[in-house]
Design a protein. Sequence first.
Length: 108
Amino acid sequence: MAERRPTVYEVGKAHMIGGIVSGIFIVWGIPLLATVAGMEGSGWLDWIVLPLLFVWVVIFGVRSLMIVCPNCGKSIFQRGIWSVFWPAKTCSRCGIDLTTATGKDRDA
């Protein structure tokens, strides 16, 4: 029996949820943990949160551009010239239904 491959939309949705959860942890979770540990006034928090936030933006921004329509290659997170954080269900360039389309085989 063949293994079911996730659709492009499912991959995009998982990426979006991962980005939201990790972003919330960086912005609120780390400072909350530092407050509980009594380290919020030491000044090290800015040196942890800001670089992590920068890396988070770069990683999730680049990854969102790499999740593309299998038919035409356009990012499923782009709407015209804008990049948004939720994936499209239908490709805005070629009109393919991304909720049923799977990514291209990389082995072929």
